[in-house]
Design a protein around this ligand. Structure first.
Ligand SMILES: Cc1cc2nc3c(=O)[nH]c(=O)nc-3n(C[C@H](O)[C@H](O)[C@H](O)COP(=O)(O)OP(=O)(O)OC[C@H]3O[C@@H](n4cnc5c(N)ncnc54)[C@H](O)[C@@H]3O)c2cc1C
Length: 546
């Protein structure tokens, strides 16, 4: 029987695992924590689609969804891929309903849609402001169905360590079992990475600290190419807490929320003043940049919707503001600021979601394909479900190659390295290094960057890399945190190098020294790694769109 290992159990990992199991492929699903605690659960605002048969119902169409996605991504999203994404979106809503996702309904009892940024029509299906949670819950039930038949084996407390690769073919993975403290080798016909974004590099973001980028970084050092790392989405509206930046969903602006600052005792609705009535719903890169440029305290007002409508449409946002700020949003405005939210870059994949390493796939936020230089709200959940399905189809249809690999030497060598790390008595704490990486990333790779800040960022990372050898083993944190830290620095450096290389402003990448978009720079940045050397190339041939 054919087998696959899926690393990560958020929406993209589960989408892939479910379709693999449906096709009769045996799946080992790996995640340190249960799916209920994956970042996907946090997704609030909704998922975009034009339903089959509803084309042109309100003027909307699949073609318009495609156009908005390509334009919103500043013309860097893979065009063939975006076509597939948008054409399948309606069926994906039907699929999600079919497995038990309960979407919010309109007055006629049909799934309701809300307006989201950068989109020409209302096409964002939602479940109140907990869309991710509802989809995850439905998918968990499907996973359990296949667990009962033995087709899915979901193993918790397990971390990705490295891939078993020989001659550019992936044969399986080494996993770290945090309970036993040991590495385990698993051979399989295919490996699917679904490990999410790289939030942890930035410390406090709207996302989950589980998404640290280690797996992507490790594969980078093992030969996988990375794409468009410089494009990092700052979401315009968050509130800061001691632990993280809590997202104030775009749903609030979708429901009419207005951004403003105060000047001489008067409200200035700066987005509407500059961009007209839909100003608050410009794409996220534009709104974040305007907020940054305003250099004032910014507020978001939704109070005019009234208590009842707030309760009906965005109860989760009301609860969040009450809990973390003691704010009653039916009477008061929300103080908001931009925060790192989403990573358009990641593992470079072909249309079938395979990386440049055969039988190694990547889906969801850890892969780079659909969103170009800026993602539209509501397109990520869609891409997570869709990419999981695309990879599953490819794996299920592919003939098993029946190749194997003798991993004993690798397993022994890597286990020895972990033992050496445990015996490392130097005194440089892991947590301190993590904070230093986050400081550099936030300072040097903000909403606005330039040559000076980026070159200083690269210097910082080189220093951290040399210091990484002196990092002590810290028993108070997971072993995973200890062995993964160098990978975080390697990836952080790749991100800054990619940003330094793109000498223009496009989408979420804004450079004060190159403020204009350069028509000749509509390429994807591809970065690879060879024994400590970072190699960049500009992909204009759409190599990854074959
Ligand atoms: C607050 C918030 C709100 C959002 N709202 C929306 C929205 O309304 N609409 C929308 O389209 N998008 C939204 N997004 C984006 C969207 O939620 C994510 O892009 C999407 O859910 C990512 O899914 P994923 O399966 O790729 O990754 P995740 O859900 O992040 O799952 C990653 C999985 O990988 C595991 N993992 C990570 N590292 C390792 C490792 N080393 N070894 C083993 N396992 C590992 C994790 O434990 C987890 O199980 C939002 C994001 C945030 C943060």
């Amino acid at each position: 029987m054919k087998s696959a290992v899926v690393i990560g159990a958020g929406i993209s990992g589960m989408s892939c695992a479910i379709d693999l199991a449906r096709a009769g492929v045996r799946v080992m699903l790996i995640s340190p924590f249960s799916s209920e605690r994956s970042q996907s659960v946090m997704a609030a605002g909704g998922i975009n689609a034009v339903l089959p048969g509803a084309e042109n119902e309100n003027g909307d169409s699949v073609a318009s969804h495609m156009e908005d996605t390509i334009k919103g991504g500043s013309y860097l999203g893979g065009k063939k891929a975006v076509k597939g994404l948008c054409e399948n979106a309606g069926e994906i809503i039907r699929y999600l309903e079919g497995i038990g996702t309960v979407f919010s309904l309109d007055g006629e009892g049909k799934p309701d849609k809300r307006a989201f940024g950068g989109q020409s029509y209302k096409r964002t299906f939602y479940c109140g402001a907990s869309t991710g949670k509802q989809i995850v819950t439905a998918m968990i039930m499907e996973v359990r169905r296949y667990e009962a038949t033995g087709l899915i084996d979901h193993r918790l407390w397990m971390y990705f360590h490295s891939a078993l690769i020989e001659d550019s073919v992936c044969h399986g993975v080494l996993l770290f079992n945090e309970i036993t403290g040991k590495l385990e080798a698993v051979l399989s016909d295919a490996v699917v990475m679904a490990t999410g974004g790289q939030n942890r590099l930035f410390g406090k973001t709207t996302g989950s600290t589980q998404c640290d980028g280690y797996a992507v970084s490790k594969l980078f050092t093992q030969g996988a190419e990375l794409k468009n790392l410089e494009f990092i989405q700052y979401h315009p509206t968050s509130i800061e807490t001691t632990q993280k930046k809590m997202l104030i969903s775009e749903a609030v602006r979708g429901e009419g929320g207005r951004l403003f600052y105060e000047e001489n005792g008067k409200r200035v609705y700066f987005m509407e003043d500059k961009y007209g009535p839909r100003g608050n719903l410009m794409t996220r890169d534009v709104v974040s940049r305007e907020m940054d440029a305003a250099k004032r305290d910014i507020f978001l007002d939704i109070s005019f919707l009234g208590k009842e409508e707030i309760e009906r449409r965005i109860p989760e946002v009301r609860d969040l503001c009450l809990k973390y700020r003691g704010l009653d949003i039916s009477r008061e405005s929300i103080p908001v600021s931009p925060a790192v939210h989403f990573f358009m870059g990641g593992l470079a994949v072909h249309l079938n979601h395979e990386t440049c390493i055969r039988n190694l796939f990547a889906v969801g936020e850890c892969a780079s394909m659909y969103h170009g230089a800026n993602r539209l709200g509501g397109n990520s959940l869609l891409a997570a479900v869709y990419s999981g399905k695309v990879a599953a189809k490819e794996i299920a249809e592919r003939k098993s190659e029946n190749k194997t690999m003798d991993y004993s030497t690798v397993l022994e060598r890597e286990s020895r390295k972990l033992d050496e790390l445990r015996n490392n008595k130097s005194s440089f704490p892991v947590a301190y290094m993590r904070d230093m990486i986050a400081n550099t990333m936030n300072e040097k790779l903000g909403i606005v960057r330039n040559k000076e800040s980026l070159e200083k960022g690269i210097e910082d990372m080189d220093y951290y890399l040399s210091a990484a050898e002196k990092i002590s083993y810290d028993k108070s944190v997971l072993m995973y945190e200890n062995y993964s830290i160098t990978g975080l620095i390697i990836l952080a450096k790749a991100i800054i190098i990619s940003a330094n290389e793109r000498k223009e402003s496009r989408g979420s990448h804004f450079r004060s020294d190159y403020p204009e978009t350069d028509e000749n720079s509509a390429y994807a940045t591809i970065i690879s790694y060879d024994e400590g050397r970072y190699k960049l190339r500009q992909d204009r041939e759409h190599f990854y769109e074959d």
